[in-house]
Design a protein around this ligand. Structure first.
Ligand code: NAD
Ligand code: MG
Length: 391
């Protein structure tokens, strides 16, 4: 039987890489539904190639435009327009697996819907887990879903851990998340206030969406990944460490109680963790070039400089604070990154805005999806107000 997939965010960097892997294995996978925010023609082209039953767009105007173009091209895909259309395609009875590749907290509700419906949930959308925390994991457990990490570091940790989850707590000492250090790893910190959005998005090893690219430049991406690791692997915050490894060959490591370390290596290509999640526990070809050790000059490591990357430590602080604080941090950061990309705040003000928002919002233990969405909206409003005060 073919695995039927819904891809949330199919026109993005992870979405298109996922379709690239799927196209290599038409005998194993079938696309059931695709979704995008605004890029009608890109989604139309995907519908022409992969023939999904459903397509979803974030706004009514885009949905209508897509529906007209599908019809004009004689394509059978139906455009779903309900407010809960993403939840519908994520939880549909005929879907086996859901690739969560929307960026930001916008992906939380469909992730929870897929979890409650017991799907194989391939999670690239780290913000959903950072916001959702325990509520997200409860939905996975109650729905009997299989949560598999797509973020390359978490896929590496997942691949390095024993298959039997029951023994992790006894055997694992800590995990080491590797980080590239982004485009400003060696730049004079005094000049960081003047960097432009395009400079911040010029990642040394990956072409990614603009939000995660800015997060890589501030290392807020790693901060979100620390929180993501806490929930995925049920670790105490102090069991999660970060080391900069500019070549991005080692994707992360697990150190066991006997001081033995297991790492996962490969060329930096997101199709590897995507293929791994799709096929797990089997393996399928990903299209990535294998690592050529004869061409590897050196693997180097360094500590993250707190002056250059002040945001990294907000993750451990947020995990130590009352539940819900990680959702506040994520909302602040989404607002800050959008403001930076729109030219409204400076690069160094992203951190200032995150801190100012954390100081002003005290969450009251959000215990449901509705409470989380309310906290997210409130934190965004506070962050937007604070952004207006910065100069
Ligand atoms: P992207 O910006 O390239 O793509 C985002 C996708 O989500 C697009 O298809 C867009 O149309 C859709 N989308 C955006 N906002 C939406 C909304 N409000 N409602 C519905 N759809 C919406 O981003 P990306 O780089 O592919 O990243 C996606 C997620 O995967 C992020 O959470 C990111 O942190 C994570 N991730 C990405 C990479 C990578 O290499 N790109 C690696 C690890 C993790
Ligand atoms: Mg990552």
């Amino acid at each position: 039987m073919k695995q039927r997939l819904t891809i949330l965010g199919s026109t993005g960097s992870i979405g298109t890489n996922t379709l690239d892997v799927l196209a290599r294995h038409p005998e194993r996978y079938e696309v059931f539904a695709l979704s995008a925010a605004t890029r009608v023609d890109a989604l139309l082209a995907q519908c022409a190639r992969f023939r999904p039953r459903y397509a979803v767009m974030a706004s009514g105007a885009h949905a209508r435009e897509l529906a007209e173009k599908l019809k004009a091209n004689g394509l059978p895909t139906q455009v779903l327009q309900a407010p809960d259309a993403l939840e519908q395609i994520a939880s549909h009875a005929e879907v086996d697996a859901v690739m969560a590749a929307i960026v930001g907290a916008a992906g939380l509700a469909p992730c929870i819907a897929a979890a409650r419906a017991g799907k194989r949930l391939l999670l690239a959308n780290k913000e959903a887990l950072v916001v959702g925390g325990e509520v997200f994991l409860r939905a996975v457990k109650e729905g009997g879903a299989t949560l598999l990490p797509i973020d390359s570091e978490h896929s590496a940790i997942f691949q390095s851990l024993p298959e039997d989850r029951g023994c992790w707590a006894r055997r694992v000492d800590h995990v080491l998340l590797t980080a590239s250090g982004g485009p400003f790893r060696t730049r004079d910190p005094a000049t960081l206030r003047d960097v432009t959005p395009d400079e911040a998005c010029a990642h040394p090893n990956f072409v990614m969406g603009r939000k995660i690219s800015v997060d890589s430049a501030t290392m807020m991406n790693k901060a979100l990944e620390v929180i993501e690791a806490r929930w995925l692997f049920d670790l105490a915050p102090e069991q999660i460490k970060v080391v900069i490894h500019p070549q991005q060959i080692i994707h992360s490591m697990v150190q066991f109680v006997d001081a033995s370390i297991i790492a996962q290596l490969g060329t930096p290509d997101m199709r590897v963790p995507i293929a791994c999640g799709l096929a797990w526990p089997e393996r399928v070809a990903s299209g990535a070039a294998p690592l050529d050790f004869s061409q590897l000059a050196a693997l180097t490591f360094e500590e993250a400089d707190a002056r250059r990357f002040p945001g990294l430590h907000l993750s451990w602080q947020a995990l130590a604070a009352p539940p819900g604080t990680t959702a506040v941090l994520n909302a602040a950061n989404e607002v800050a990154v959008a403001a930076f990309l729109a030219g409204r705040i400076r690069f160094d003000q992203i951190h200032a805005l995150n801190r100012a928002t954390l100081e002003r919002v005290t969450p009251s233990k959000p215990d449901s999806l509705a409470a989380l969405l309310e906290l997210d909206a409130h934190s965004r409003a506070v962050a937007a107000e604070q952004a207006g005060r910065l100069q």
